[in-house]
Design a protein around this ligand. Structure first.
Ligand code: AMP
Ligand code: ZN
Length: 115
């Protein structure tokens, strides 16, 4: 299936990205507008528009998404200090790309509550 989707184009290598991890199911790359010293996006290769479209068939995939994000946090040396994983859903959350992506943010203290 083809989607007119920015992140699907990155997966297909039609748009360049600074890729930091790739396997059969997942891709991770540097966010183009980083909000912290470490700001990676971890995405499934399967096009899922928002968290609202995650189904039972995706349970393994979503687990691997979190596992990959944590492995990347370890690899970047921010696991012990701490980091934040964020997935925005729909406009009021700030979602701008409608292909689910887990933000991995770290390397500085994070504020709570988020803005
Ligand atoms: P969100 O606002 O949660 O949907 O997050 C979308 C993220 O994608 C933002 O942090 C953008 O900076 C990032 N982004 C947009 N276009 C690109 C791109 N071509 N390569 C890497 N990151 C991007
Ligand atoms: Zn997509």
């Amino acid at each position: 299936m083809t989607h007119d989707c920015l992140f699907c184009k990155i997966i297909q290598k039609k748009i360049p990205a600074r890729i930091v991890h790739e396997d059969d199911d997942l891709l991770a790359f540097e966010d183009i507008n980083p909000q912290a010293p470490v700001h990676l996006l971890v995405i499934p290769k399967k096009h899922i528009a928002t968290t609202l479209e995650i189904g039972p068939e995706d349970h393994g995939l979503i687990g691997r998404l979190f596992e990959a994000a944590s492995a990347l946090a370890r690899a970047r040396g921010i696991a012990e200090r701490g980091f934040r994983l964020v997935m925005n859903t729909n406009p009021e959350s700030g979602q701008t790309v409608y292909h689910i992506h887990l933000h991995l943010l770290g390397g500085r203290p994070m504020h709570w509550p988020p803005g």
